[in-house]
Design a protein around this ligand. Structure first.
Ligand SMILES: NC(=O)c1ccc[n+]([C@@H]2O[C@H](COP(=O)([O-])OP(=O)(O)OC[C@H]3O[C@@H](n4cnc5c(N)ncnc54)[C@H](O)[C@@H]3O)[C@@H](O)[C@H]2O)c1
Length: 258
């Protein structure tokens, strides 16, 4: 299958979890990848595991000056930019009473500043390339209240609204750029494993049968999200713009469900 053949795709936070799964899935389908992460070792490792062409660019997404350099690197390597996946993210477990000002600012800078810088940097190059797809990683935290994730919820809610604003701007500009947000529920990644340990005392990967426990807890797999990223990156989604795509096996639509 070559659903994104020769599309040039930038993925932030590609060293782990969802970003890594996105990279591997898009690579299988023919994309040319520019992978970024603050963790150089793991980011480079993802690139080495990809089937097709992939380069790595060390980046902290909240560093505004990194973005023009990333775009220049992408154009120098592949000559165009078709898709940006704003995936990099972190989390602090802190509620409205326990959250420190530093934690608040850190989360807003990584998620909101990072996504803003990414979208703003990508649009001129995508316009030159004749259009494109921006995929912003939000969360179900943007749709419902998560008490232990105060700043994270605020940041993901901001990404949801920012995405719609960008989508309608691009429609007005007729630049053929689409911008959509993805809202995963709990997916089995290092970020969620750490949260499970802290909040529930569950060490998922040390369970006798981690897969059975994952399913019992209603936790999805990174590939569940990567397949949606693939769809949004491909031309199959050409009429989808400003949408919020929830991937949580129904967790947020029912009361009292786990
Ligand atoms: N796993 C889930 O259940 C889930 C649910 C909803 C949303 N998300 C979102 O998906 C994205 C990926 O999460 P994950 O679960 O794969 O987490 P993860 O911790 O496994 O991976 C996050 C990656 O982002 C990188 N990163 C962190 N801060 C960075 C920065 N400032 N600049 C560049 N890279 C940075 C990390 O080094 C890491 O490689 C995040 O935006 C997260 O909020 C995850």
């Amino acid at each position: 299958m070559e659903r994104v053949k020769d599309k040039v795709v930038v993925i932030t936070g590609a060293g782990s979890g969802l970003g890594k799964a996105d990279a591997l899935r898009l690579s299988e389908e023919g994309a040319k990848l520019v992978l970024t992460d603050i963790n150089e070792v793991e980011g480079r490792r993802t690139g080495e595991e990809c089937e097709g062409e992939a380069i790595f660019f060390a980046q902290d997404v909240k560093d505004e000056s990194s973005w023009p350099r990333l775009i220049e690197t992408t154009i120098a390597a592949f000559g165009r930019l078709d898709v940006l996946v704003n995936n990099a993210g972190n989390s602090h477990i802190a509620n409205i009473e326990s959250a420190s000002t530093d934690q608040w600012h850190d989360i807003l800078r990584v998620h909101l500043d990072g996504t803003f810088f990414g979208c703003r940097s990508a649009i001129p190059e995508m316009t030159k390339s004749g259009g494109g797809s921006i995929i912003n990683m939000s969360s179900v935290a943007a749709l419902v209240g998560l008490s232990p994730y105060l700043a994270y919820s605020a940041a993901k809610g901001g990404i949801r609204s920012m995405t719609k604003s960008i989508a309608i701007y691009c429609r007005e500009q007729k630049n053929l750029i689409r911008c959509n947000s993805i809202h995963p529920g709990s997916i089995s990644t290092p970020m969620v494993h750490a949260a499970l340990e802290t909040l529930s005392g569950i060490h998922l990967m040390e369970e006798e049968d981690p897969e059975a426990t994952r399913k019992a807890l209603g936790i999805g797999e990174p590939l569940d999200v990567a397949n949606m990223v693939l769809f949004l990156a491909s031309d199959e989604s050409k009429h989808i713009n400003g949408a919020e795509l929830v991937i949580d096996n129904g967790a947020t639509v029912g009361l009292m469900s786990r």
